[in-house]
Design a protein around this ligand. Sequence first.
Ligand SMILES: Nc1ncnc2c1ncn2[C@@H]1O[C@H](COP(=O)(O)OP(=O)(O)O)[C@@H](O)[C@H]1O
Ligand SMILES: [Mg+2]
Length: 391
Amino acid sequence: MDRIKNPFTPGAGYLPPQLAGRNQVIEDGEVVAMRTKLQRAERGLMLIGPRGVGKTVLLKCLSEHARANGIIPVISEIRNDKSDLEELAQKLKEALYTLDFKCKMKSCIQEAFSVLGSFVKKFSLNIGEVGASVELCRGVGESGNMELDLSQVLLSCARAAKVSSTAIGLYIDELQNLDEEAMRGIIVALHRSAQELLPLYLIGSGLPTIRTLIGKSKTYAERMFVYEEIGALDEDSSWAALVKPFEDNGVSVEDAAFVEMYKASAGYPFFLQECGYQVWQHAERSPIRVDDVLAILPQVIENLDKSFFTVRFDRVSVVEKKFLLAMACGESEKPQSIVGIAERMGRTPNSLSMVRRSLIKKGMIYSPALGMVAYTVPMFGAYMRRASVST
Ligand SMILES: Nc1ncnc2c1ncn2[C@@H]1O[C@H](COP(=O)(O)OP(=O)(O)O)[C@@H](O)[C@H]1O
Ligand SMILES: [Mg+2]
């Protein structure tokens, strides 16, 4: 088939040809944005799930909807270094410039620029000039306490949005990487905004550990959000994700061929895209038959190993690999107990705490409950077994 016209989009955050099976969560995200704009107190939304299920795509789609409805989205991805705060401050600065055009009460904007200016100065953030010739508002946003100062910055932005009859929506990806103090600052600002009916909201996404991080930040914080688990697509949605793009491009797919692709990908969006992509590249004609799929599946798996799994695996040490392999026994897609892993490795659970921590830090595993760990990547257990056989 014409390789240039291939509709599939395996990648990170690439908008798929069909954003299948996510209508409900999209609607929920839109409700959060629009209610906040109307100054109705509303809980924020957290999109939680493993890698490759479409969280970033959803966040982008929701932020675009907000923008189209006159809301100012502040979009940021957290990497767990100093650039995180710089990026957030930079995006808030851009949001204030956008507001500057709309705002009737310029003094509110000036004040927000001023608080942001004090904040970036205090925390030595390098984002260039903040608002032309603003006088710094002494004492606000410059105490040196991140929680307090960041919340002041966000609240002053929310006040500026309110007088312009709009809202500021924070769309933060990989939220599990956010520093605890900055998280508290955001939570405090959201809490006060809800109480004072200021138009500020947060839609976050990332690994399921976000829940614990938020819970730890403030006693009231967990109740401030609705958590939506983003995971594999069911069979109907997988059909829409996979078969519709073929059909929209004049290629039909036999049912049995779809079933094989669905089984191989287990409905995980990234795997569906990779499968569709490879089948399109290699099939010679319509309709796609089951034999076409079966012939190409080994190549799909090889590609996934190379592009999706191995890149992560390469960053881990020998003992960390042993830990990951010990997790791959039994029902490896489910959370595993540290005690069981230790037993399989012939070690004590305590002696593994450093390894466990390092793997969490590297984003390979997360801890869904006390004493338990799970892979951050779907179907990683099967990959580990393949990798250990081939080495
Ligand atoms: N609802 C969906 N239907 C079909 N494909 C999707 C869907 N959501 C995401 N994808 C595809 O899945 C891959 C991973 O999406 P991404 O948003 O990067 O996932 P995550 O942020 O959860 O790691 C991309 O190739 C994207 O095109
Ligand atoms: Mg992502």
